[in-house]
Design a protein around this ligand. Structure first.
Ligand SMILES: Nc1ncnc2c1ncn2[C@@H]1O[C@H](COP(=O)(O)OP(=O)(O)OP(=O)(O)O)[C@@H](O)[C@H]1O
Ligand SMILES: [Mg+2]
Length: 316
């Protein structure tokens, strides 16, 4: 497995504030790694170091094999960055913004125009291409931002909170764009405060809190690490709830919760093989179930367990 980004022991201090307290981060080529963390966790600081915009006080990092401190020009040649704060010029049109960036990257006028048109088309901004960016909706702005970061055909893309503040529809649009990019082989480092976003897009998740990595793994691994699973059974006939509750209690050794409104019997479980036994016992008792599931804790529950903060508290 080749690594597009490899960072070890990154430290960054601002006076009394330790923004990063020794962070390790690995992003395999062609994958999406989500950095999840509340306000002030150090996400943007890490991105800025990896984008050569900030020097670490300690530790080192390579991007595309190049050292961010010793070889910043080469690093910049392989990356594209979409910042947390929009970087397009409000008064310029979509096309003008894109052409300007292409020219700054050294493309000829004709090549810059062609690349602008191609990306605007890809991001469904062709109809708005001639309008000033300040007339764009939030979702269109983010798409223009993303398109702008792709002008130089970067191998590695940093997306710093690409959907913060967007409504669900606009968020979905951005997610689709990211999925398409990854489908085309890009490597993405994505920071987010949204658990759902990391769950949707990232192959693996690194959770930051107070400048440290507090957890790392695939979404399902993080969910598993934090808690056991929950068994849910909904008998087809609500009259069977008592019998189901007794069967579940026998199997799990705990008194299950029953919700008469939803018709669900739920209990925490630690042993996954239990499921087959349960199916057999229900069958023996002649009970059919509309729903029979082992549920992992939600990423929100994971986040709370890892950072001590409920997810809602960190959502904007
Ligand atoms: N230029 C700076 N000067 C002083 N302190 C800074 C500076 N930049 C960041 N910090 C501090 O470093 C810490 C980490 O900030 P950072 O911007 O990396 O967090 P973040 O995870 O990106 O947060 P958010 O989700 O709010 O964007 C915070 O305590 C912040 O106040
Ligand atoms: Mg930030």
């Amino acid at each position: 497995m080749s690594l597009a980004i490899q960072a070890e022991g990154l430290v960054k201090r601002y006076g009394e504030t330790t923004a990063l307290a020794g962070v390790d981060l690995e992003v395999p080529t062609g994958k999406v790694v989500g950095v999840l963390g509340p306000n002030g966790a150090g996400k943007t600081t890490a991105v800025r170091i990896l984008a050569t915009l900030l020097r670490p006080d300690a530790g080192h990092a390579t991007v595309g094999g190049y050292d961010v401190v010793r070889d910043p020009v080469r690093v910049r040649s392989v990356i594209g960055v979409t910042g947390q704060y929009a970087s397009v010029d409000e008064d310029l049109s979509g096309t003008e913004n894109m052409v300007l960036i292409g020219r700054l990257l050294g493309l000829s006028r004709a090549a810059a125009k062609a690349r602008a048109a191609e990306l605007l088309e890809q991001f469904e901004l062709t109809d708005a291409a001639g309008r000033a960016a300040k007339t764009y909706s939030g979702g269109m702005r983010r798409r223009l931002d993303l398109a702008a970061s792709l002008v130089g055909r970067p191998q590695v893309l940093y997306l710093d909170e690409p959907t913060t503040g967007l409504d669900p529809h606009a968020r979905n649009e951005v997610w689709n764009v990211v999925r398409r990019l990854v489908g085309d082989g890009s490597t993405v480092l994505l920071t987010t405060q949204y658990l759902e976003e990391a769950d949707q897009l990232a192959d693996s998740i690194t959770v930051f809190d107070h400048g440290r990595v507090v957890a790392q793994g695939r979404a399902d691994e993080l969910k598993r690490r934090v808690g056991g699973q929950t068994l849910q059974v909904r008998p087809t006939s609500p009259a069977d709830m008592d019998v189901v509750a007794r069967i579940v209690a026998d199997l799990t050794g705990v008194l299950p919760a029953r919700d008469d409104d939803s018709g669900l019997v739920t209990a925490p479980v630690s042993d996954p093989v239990l499921m087959s036994t349960l199916v057999r016992k229900l069958d023996d008792a002649g009970i059919t179930a509309d729903e029979l599931a082992l549920r992992l804790p939600s990423l929100d529950e994971v986040f709370l367990a890892l950072t001590g903060k409920p997810a809602e508290e960190v959502l904007v």
